[in-house]
Write a protein that binds this ligand. Structure first.
Ligand code: AMP
Ligand code: ZN
Length: 458
């Protein structure tokens, strides 16, 4: 029985889809004006594992992840670079796709871009105005009337009076109330703009996700997610817009992930303290990064250091080592290991506990392999199947164990050949010396029926 922590109720709830067997899931995507960083990798790897697990449970998941391709920051970047807005967005969308592919993120079923949904957004604003929840302000911009929508604050658990006294809410004279937020803003010179009943302009940021999610998943759908910075105001405002238009509940479960931090701060583009995915990939295997992200629960904070990535490789080495030299076999069925794995994942997608069960399984494979290779093989197939739910250990074990930035392949092969020659001549001292030389290079060799194999330790 799958339970998911719902930000709306602040409880782990038994998950029940609106339509049996089918799940609509929307995750807020990237604002594309720079390369994606490890914070993005964290949020989208969590979403990826949630989708994979729902699929493993047999659900047909419609996974939508949007692209914000119009926004103040994008316009600013285009101006700084003397580049068109579409050039900036196309460039960074392509880079994002490359990075996400490297991280083995499954592609969303649909990836709508905000600028393709402007007419849908305008129709939504018209509906919200017609229902009495929005107005044209003194400036000509259209605002959502927060006080007209009584559930406002339901997601972030703020009450309106508390918000009102909060100093962070900007005061703009054009609004009736400082809490009101913009749905449509009139154009400034040299900005991209679209025709609308209220004049040429562009949508407020929150509007796009209400419009695109409801268009692609229906007015009511199951899961909506993102990083926890989106709870307020972005998702709070999405609820207000959507429910003000449809007069129906919008989303059943809201999922929010914790931040990836660096130096105790949230890694972010605007703070400038970010490490891009592509920079990390120059030094580390993508699978190691992915593993690191799954080794803590998606709702907790994750502190990033380079050292932590080095240690992470060891965990994958252990899992891949268990998968080595096993013949092909069907995965063991009704296994207590699988039962424990699903129990952990059913508990709000507890990936660290799920991983610990994969280690127990790896240990069991090593224990039985000598006396019962067939059993080891079917447990190995199970390990690979469950690893697949987390998107790890799908490569050839030898390829992973031998991979790494600093390996001098030719030298390793030369040393192994020299050692084999020394052994043939029963020159054990020389064979040992070569083994030690390889160990100093962090290469461990093993002599087995298939000859001498090797793996990299770090
Ligand atoms: P942005 O590119 O800022 O629009 O963010 C896209 C998504 O990445 C949002 O769901 C954010 O919550 C998430 N995100 C941004 N920075 C981090 C971070 N340091 N840790 C985790 N998620 C993040
Ligand atoms: Zn969004």
């Amino acid at each position: 029985m799958l339970k998911i922590f719902n930000t709306l109720t602040r409880e782990k709830e038994v998950f029940k889809p609106i339509h049996a067997g089918k799940i609509g899931m929307y995750v807020c995507g990237v604002t594309v004006y720079d390369y994606c960083h490890l914070g993005h990798a964290r949020t989208y790897t969590s979403a990826d594992v949630i989708v994979r697990y729902l699929q493993y449970l047999g659900y047909d998941v419609n996974y939508v992840r949007n692209i914000t391709d119009i926004d103040d920051k994008i316009i600013k970047r285009a101006n700084e670079n003397n580049e068109s807005v579409t050039n900036v967005t196309n460039r960074f969308i392509q880079a994002m796709h490359e990075d996400f592919k490297a991280l083995n993120l499954i592609e969303p079923n649909q990836e709508p871009r905000a600028t393709d949904y402007i007419s849908r957004m305008i129709a939504l604003v018209e509906k919200i105005i017609a229902n009495g929840h929005a107005y044209v302000g003194k400036s000509g911009d259209v605002y959502f009337d927060v006080r007209s929508f009584s559930p406002y604050g339901c997601l972030s658990h703020h009450d309106i009076e508390q918000l009102q006294s909060g100093a962070r809410v900007e005061v703009v004279e054009a609004k009736r109330d400082p809490l009101d937020f913009v749905l449509w803003k009139l154009t400034k010179p040299d900005e991209p703009c679209w025709e609308s009943p209220w004049g040429k302009g562009r949508p407020g940021w929150h509007l796009e996700c209400s419009a695109m999610s409801m268009e692609l998943l229906g007015e009511q759908f199951d899961i909506h997610g993102g990083g926890r910075d989106l709870i307020f105001p972005h998702h709070e405002n999405e609820i207000a817009q959507s429910q003000a238009a449809t007069k129906k509940p919008f989303v059943t479960i809201w999922i929010h992930g914790g931040f990836l931090q660096i130096d105790k701060e949230k890694m972010s583009k605007s703070l400038g303290n970010f490490v891009t995915i592509r920079d990390v990939l120059l030094l580390h295997d993508a699978e190691v990064i992915r593993y690191l992200l799954l080794a803590s629960h998606y709702r907790s904070a994750l502190i990033y250091t380079d050292d932590v990535l080095k240690q992470t490789r060891q965990s994958l080495v252990r899992l891949y080592t268990a998968l080595r030299f096993l013949p092909a076999a069907p995965a063991e069925e009704n296994s207590p290991f699988e039962e424990k794995f699903t129990e952990a994942m059913d508990d709000d997608f507890n990936t660290p506990i799920a991983l610990s069960h994969l280690f127990e399984l790896a240990h069991e494979i090593q224990r039985v392999r000598e006396n019962d290779l067939e059993k080891a093989a079917s447990l190995g197939a199970l390990l690979k199947k469950l690893g697949g739910v987390l998107g790890v250990i799908q490569s050839d074990p030898e390829a992973f164990l031998q991979s790494g930035a600093s390996v001098d392949l030719a030298k390793i092969e030369r040393l192994i050949a020299a050692r084999n020659a020394a052994r043939k001549e029963k020159n054990w001292a020389e064979a040992d010396r070569i083994r030690q030389e390889l160990t100093r290079m962090a290469i461990v060799i093993e002599d087995g029926p298939a000859g001498t194999t090797w793996k990299r330790l770090k």
